[in-house]
Ligand binder design. Structure first.
Ligand SMILES: Nc1nc2c(ncn2[C@@H]2O[C@H](COP(=O)(O)OP(=O)(O)O)[C@@H](O)[C@H]2O)c(=O)[nH]1
Ligand SMILES: [Mg+2]
Length: 254
């Protein structure tokens, strides 16, 4: 694949409100790629509506043979109060903010900050942006007005920069999934489809860009069903990111 030839890692950024499942998604993807007998815990999972993550954090996701494949970025939630500012979200997307920066909900990063990268390179920008949505939230409350406004502003930048955007709907296990309530029926479940449609409509993105997900949250050991869901998300995210990278490299004649 072209990305392997280029030799840079794919950067995927996760945005969403606190408690939507971002940290659990990172752990679930890391677990699925390891294909081992235990769950990987890179990110700390929260249990309250207060954001645990206040820094921009890079999590390196590796294959079983320890090749660093993807960097996933987690950041402070897009919460109505004490959330990340829209300006910082845009700076993150454009690769201006270095990992470990303590995100201030009151004001955006200063260009004088040591964490501010003046001239981001292709390996610093986000190659795919993922909005994480909680399936447990009723359709009419999926995103607050504030959140939706932030999404729209970020999406305008993503469109201009040709950066792909996906939505991942976590916690679909809380919806009724067919008669037997089996995770492998997720792609045929009416209630999951309705939820994904509601997300697509709210964000005004195509339904094919909305992926159902169920993270590890109580299982003692990895399961094929959850690994498959994570691998499906990883496939979509990396294919789109790779398209974006190929485009840039073609454009730069490299
Ligand atoms: N039922 C269910 N619970 C989940 C899922 N993903 C996360 N959780 C739970 O939701 C809460 C918040 O998850 P976390 O990953 O910390 O969300 P974050 O704040 O967006 O990083 C935790 O109690 C998780 O165990 C999921 O897919 N299904
Ligand atoms: Mg978190």
């Amino acid at each position: 694949m072209a990305v392997q030839r280029i030799g840079i890692c794919i950067n995927i950024c996760l945005f969403g409100v606190c408690n939507s499942g971002k940290s659990s998604f990172i752990n679930t993807c890391a677990t699925a790629l390891q294909d081992g007998e235990r769950q990987v815990e890179l990110a700390t999972v929260g249990s309250s509506s207060e954001s645990l993550t206040t820094r921009l954090r890079e999590y390196k996701i590796s294959s079983k043979d320890n090749k660093h494949l993807i960097s996933m970025y987690d950041c402070r939630g897009m919460d109505d109060t004490r959330g990340v500012t829209t300006k910082d979200l845009i700076s993150i997307v454009k690769g201006h903010i270095r990992s470990n920066y303590e995100i201030n909900s009151e004001k955006a990063i200063s260009e004088e900050s040591d964490f501010y990268r003046q001239v981001p390179q292709i390996e610093d920008i986000m190659h795919c942006v993922v909005f994480v949505i909680d399936a447990e939230v009723p359709n009419e409350k999926l995103l607050s007005d504030h959140c939706l406004e932030q999404f729209k502003e970020v999406e305008t930048v993503l469109e201009a920069e040709d950066i792909p955007v996906l939505a991942i709907v976590c916690k679909t296990d809380t919806l009724p999934i067919g008669e037997k309530n089996r995770l492998q029926d997720i792609f045929h479940s009416k209630s999951v489809e309705i939820k994904c449609r509601a997300v697509a409509e709210k964000l005004q993105i195509p339904l094919k860009n909305v992926l159902p997900m169920s993270n590890y949250f109580k299982e003692p050991l990895p399961t094929d069903e959850k690994d498959v869901l994570a691998l499906n998300c990883l496939k979509e995210m990396t294919l789109r990111a790779a398209d974006r990278l190929k485009q840039v490299y073609r454009y730069n004649n490299l």
